[in-house]
Design a binder for this molecule. Structure first.
Ligand SMILES: [Zn+2]
Length: 63
């Protein structure tokens, strides 16, 4: 999930809400934002994925 904020000059900043990393600043158009967000490899998501792996016998509790 990402948080986009618009700057005074009309460009956008986008931030990942999982790891709170700013993915991009001063991006001019939204299609570029989509691309940059898609390219973000989130360390938080990777960690939670790894944390979910050690107990395959347990049924995964998905929220
Ligand atoms: Zn992230």
């Amino acid at each position: 999930m990402y948080s986009r904020t618009q700057n005074e000059n009309g460009s956008y900043d986008t931030r990942c809400l999982d790891c709170f990393l700013t993915i991009a600043r001063s991006v001019e158009n939204e299609s570029e934002l989509d691309e940059l967000e898609a390219r973000h490899i989130c360390p938080e998501k990777a960690l939670s994925w790894l944390a979910a792996q050690p107990c395959p016998a347990k049924p995964a509790a998905r929220t």
